[in-house]
Ligand binder design. Structure first.
Ligand SMILES: [Cu+2]
Length: 124
């Protein structure tokens, strides 16, 4: 192979590596630690066609203050439901909504009112 061929092969490998990192890396859980002065764990979630991050890891038993920044008015994400904590809240479009709960150990699903968008709080 000529040096040009090697260059192309190397560029292709780098591109594959980048694509794997970008798409697979994003699925890893965001880990949140206590940060607020009162010891609560602050979690920021962007709501737009889904939740990002969609998997959030917090210390088990911690008080979690979750800020949902809804950047759309698609009716699908009108409501946020966390069944395990009995939470059902309206999320006004283009506004931030703050909810609080105590993250008991385990994986707690959160979703839109229709159950189409999904995320989870992993407390361990
Ligand atoms: Cu929905």
């Amino acid at each position: 192979m000529s040096p040009t061929d090697w260059g192309i092969a190397l560029a292709a490998l780098l591109l594959i590596g980048f694509i794997n990192w970008y798409f697979l890396g994003k699925k890893r859980a965001a880990v949140a630690a206590p940060a607020a002065p009162d010891g609560a764990v602050e979690v920021n979630v962007r709501v737009e066609g889904g939740y990002s991050p969609s998997v959030i890891e917090v210390p088990a038993g911690s008080r979690v203050r979750m800020t949902l920044d809804r950047q759309e008015d698609n009716p699908c994400s009108d409501e946020l439901v966390i069944p395990d904590f009995g939470i059902r809240r309206d999320l006004p479009a283009f506004k931030k909504t703050v909810i609080e709960f105590t993250a008991t150990p385990g994986t707690h699903e959160f979703k839109c009112g229709m159950g189409m968008l999904h995320g989870s709080i992993v407390a361990k």
